[in-house]
Design a protein around this ligand. Structure first.
Ligand SMILES: Nc1ncnc2c1ncn2[C@@H]1O[C@H](COP(=O)(O)O)[C@@H](O)[C@H]1O
Length: 201
């Protein structure tokens, strides 16, 4: 099944380093340039807003999936009207399920607790054999290193079972992410030969 849509998990805040917002915009641009659809949480601020803006500014398509209560928290409600598809769910559970169902791959940019929860759930479902969709940590400025260390620690201590099912890619350069996902889905990731920028847990 060809990759058609990319789910991006990321912070609803911009973070301290301007590189995070720049990475969000660049990833959005890359998604649009490859003719793929962005699926994301519908936020219009922070890195979430930057990714969506990056897609829309480059003629791409965006599906925002947002729970009812968060629509009302969005000060810029009108901005949601700029998305070409907006799905409003009853609650967070329905939202996360809809994001999973509509996405062919998952990318995690820097973010906070919400972002962490989202990618951990996707890794959990992978470990349980519920999907084989590509997963990527966009390791902007080494942001995810503490998380990657924790996962290594869990593995060393014997808590990562069926580890072959939980093998997200770790990619530093945002421009490399979409090509790596497309190559993985073609079974070509080994041929990339870029172990310095693309590694696997
Ligand atoms: N304003 C928001 N709009 C949409 N979604 C939001 C918003 N604020 C938080 N969220 C949810 O949280 C994650 C990101 O959470 P962080 O804690 O900022 O990493 C986002 O995907 C939504 O699920």
């Amino acid at each position: 099944m060809p990759i058609q849509s990319i789910c991006v998990y990321c912070g609803s805040q911009p973070g301290r380093d301007p590189a995070y917002i720049a990475a969000g915009r660049a990833l959005g641009k890359s998604i649009a340039a490859h003719g793929l659809r962005l699926v994301y949480g519908g936020g219009t601020k922070g890195i979430m807003g930057a990714v969506a803006a990056g897609v829309l500014a480059n003629g791409g398509q965006v599906t925002g999936i947002i729970p009812d209560f968060l629509v009302d928290m969005e000060a810029t409600r009108h901005s949601l009207g700029q998305l070409d598809e907006l799905i409003v769910t009853q609650d967070m559970h329905a939202r996360k399920h809809a994001m999973f169902e509509r996405s062919d791959a998952f990318v995690t940019l820097p973010g906070g607790i919400g972002t962490l929860e989202e990618i951990v759930e996707i890794m959990t479902w992978g470990q349980l054999g519920r999907h084989e969709k590509p997963m990527v940590f966009a390791n902007v400025g080494g942001f995810w290193n503490p998380m990657l260390d924790l996962i290594d620690h869990m593995r060393e201590q014997g808590f990562i079972h069926r580890a072959h099912l939980v093998r997200p890619m770790v990619i530093d350069a945002v421009e490399q992410i979409i090509p790596a996902i497309l190559d993985q889905s073609d079974g070509k990731v080994a041929a990339l030969g870029q172990e310095d920028v693309i590694s696997r847990l």
